[in-house]
Design a protein around this ligand. Structure first.
Ligand code: AQP
Length: 326
């Protein structure tokens, strides 16, 4: 039986943080064992908020390097820059003609980002491009964090609408959202998710942060009143967030963490969390430093060439369905 296809993407908007890793990217790596995986640095998405054209190429290159360092393996998976595969944008346009503006206006990420960065048509249409990314390769499953659930629902709606209007073309993709780590929260405000675009760098831990920075950021993380280490998102969101991180980096269950650290005070627990993150990130940081920049460029170009070739017959089928090709 043919392997199922997985697609996912990450924006090269600043450095990748442990929320991206725990929520989505560690699944990207794990899924390679079983699935036909297609992973994309979604640069066309990133320019929906202002980017500096002078530094953007380096940011994009760096995002690709972090993915490779984490274990995305170009001998097993496709890895490329979205803008190098023009079929993404073409399919996005076709899907936009069946997307409802009412549904797009209800997307919470659009509302959040439009408030911060100012609105533009690209930001509004972002979920349609994301749908095109996924549907272009007829993906069966999409590993993402919880914040992308609404966009996945829109993708499924668009696939269903297309199939009903033009004939059966797209499978309905399923999200793969982890049970823990799907929503890692800001270290400075556990009511908001950890995010690359948060203006406060103390709110996040980056994959490439050094040990001293990680220790400082965990130490300064906002915690709750009382000193008991207990997994309780309603009463103790700051500590519960750190517990999830610790659990994901060490494999310890929440019960185990409570048994080991419950009455020991926040200071001792925070020290252990920092050490677990430092140890968990060390192999990726070593792998990152060992990468050759020219080789990374070559791998990404090679990935794009394969992706273009693979996308073309699929996109031609879409053109035929809508009457743009015979
Ligand atoms: N805090 C998070 N916890 C768990 N998963 C997360 N993801 C993002 N933040 C968290 C997941 O990471 C993948 C890649 O995200 P993205 O780069 O496409 O954009 P994003 O979701 O908008 O992430 P950021 O870091 O918050 O970036 P900005 O600040 O640019 O918006 C996705 O699968 C996402 O679910």
């Amino acid at each position: 039986m043919a392997r199922q296809t997985v697609f996912s993407g990450i924006q090269p908007t600043g450095n990748i943080h442990i929320g991206n890793y725990l929520g989505a990217l560690r699944n990207w790596v794990a899924l390679q064992a079983e699935y036909d995986c297609i992973y994309c640095v979604v640069d066309l998405h990133a320019i929906t908020v202002p980017q500096d054209p002078a530094t953007f190429p380096a940011d994009r290159h760096d995002a690709a390097k972090v993915l490779l360092a984490m274990g995305v393996d170009p001998t097993r998976s496709l890895l490329y820059y979205q803008s190098r595969v023009p079929q993404h944008a073409e399919l996005s346009w076709i899907l936009s003609t069946i997307a409802s503006t009412g549904q797009l206006s209800r997307m919470t990420q659009f509302k959040d980002k439009a408030d911060k960065a100012g609105s533009n048509l690209g930001l509004y249409a972002y979920p349609v491009l994301m749908a095109a990314d996924i549907l272009l390769f007829r993906a069966d499953a999409v590993p993402v964090g919880e914040d992308q659930k609404q966009h996945l629902e829109l993708t499924r709606d668009l696939a269903e609408r297309f199939n009903a209007r033009f004939g059966p073309e797209f499978p309905l993709p399923e999200p793969i959202i982890p049970k823990t780590g799907a929503r890692i929260m800001s270290l400075q405000d556990p009511a908001n998710k950890m995010s690359k675009s948060d203006p406060d760098p103390e709110s996040r831990i980056l994959i490439l942060d050094d040990a001293a920075t990680i220790q400082r950021r965990v130490k300064r993380a906002v915690t709750d009143s009382g000193g008991e280490v207990r997994y309780d998102w309603a009463a103790k969101p700051g500590i519960s967030n750190l517990m999830e991180m610790y659990g994901l980096f060490t494999g310890a269950s929440m019960d185990q963490i409570e048994a080991d650290f419950g009455g020991g005070g926040y200071g001792r627990f925070k020290g252990a969390v920092a050490e677990a993150i430092i140890a968990g990130l060390a192999p990726m940081q070593q792998a990152y430093r060992a990468l050759d920049d020219a080789e990374v460029d070559r791998l990404l170009e090679e990935g794009a060439a394969v992706a273009r070739e693979r996308a073309e017959p699929l996109q031609q089928a879409v053109r035929r369905r809508v009457g743009l090709a015979v």
